[in-house]
Ligand binder design. Sequence first.
Ligand SMILES: Cc1ncc(COP(=O)(O)O)c(C=O)c1O
Length: 372
Amino acid sequence: MPTNTDFEMPERILLGPGPSMVHPRVLRAMTQPLVGHLDPQFLRLMTETQELLRYVFQTENELTIPISGTGSAGMESGLCNFIEPGDTVVIGVHGFFGNRLCDIAARYGATVRRLDKAWGDVFSPDEIEAELKKQKVKLVGLVHAETSTGALQPMTQMSEVAHRHGALLLVDCVTSLGGVPVEIDEWDVDIAYSGTQKCLGCPPGLAPLTVGERARDVIRERKTSVRNWYLDLTMIERYWGDERTYHHTAPISMNYALFEALRQVKEEGLETRFARHRRHAEMLWDMLEELGLELHVPLENRLPQLTTVRVPQGIDDGAVRRQLLNEYNIEIAGGLGELAGKVWRIGLMGYSSREENIRLLAAALKEVMAAH
Ligand SMILES: Cc1ncc(COP(=O)(O)O)c(C=O)c1O
């Protein structure tokens, strides 16, 4: 590859499950001059980022920070800091990311009781409670917005059930944060994490995390040290807290991007943002149904920011996606796990959630489907 040519990537219309499109303001923020990770200006940006994160998570939790790493780093820190070998955890698995939670928890020595449901279904508090009655459980893990299925897990009563049985409630908000209401304090969620590349409209690279007092007590009472050095919150919080002690070099430019993306969320306002995601999702659903396509998740549990649509019989899933990308510059995704080859996943997240993108996709899909 010649090294004296400009490095250029195509400008795609990203309508998959993430990363979503990034506003030029956020991209520009990443080109700001680099400063040191203890520079007073950067420390100020950190404090403001924490305030903005509390706003999007709708929480007063002091320990609200972006973990360095993608959503999976958020997942891992949400588990490794609270699990000690021999603890029992209950994980609701109704898609690909519930499976990942089980895998990570087991690697930290937990006994994992998995509750399985059809991919696309959601759990009721009674189903969770029935499992909690059987044994002492340290933590219940649920995926709020399952990106592999397009289903939104209701959170009503989930914390009451977990807390009644002495368990912490951990919620994966990777795809939900910034797209649908995430009310950490109102729902009394103990630990929640997200990713920057979905409805926050930022590139992948950071994992917003918030931890409540009940969960912080569990960290304080640990008998063993956290088995993951990099994600050990007792050390990371000294950098994000008053001490500002070095732990690892913060990814400076990524933090600029998150800061700017969060400022945009605040400018738009959460309610307006949720309404925009909903309005555009409804446009998309109408458009897909007009094309004779069937949606995988019933309306009452359907996520606005990620729609799963069944691949019609006889249509080559991959060929349609390739054609959309090669001829129309549009990215949508195929199914994951047991939905592979059965659904397409269409994301309208953050800056991707715009009317013009839906119109473009509608026109492109119509032509591509006719050709197939
Ligand atoms: C619900 C959910 N959880 C966790 C993750 C993992 O995030 P990442 O791929 O950023 O590591 C994803 C990624 O798509 C996700 O959708």
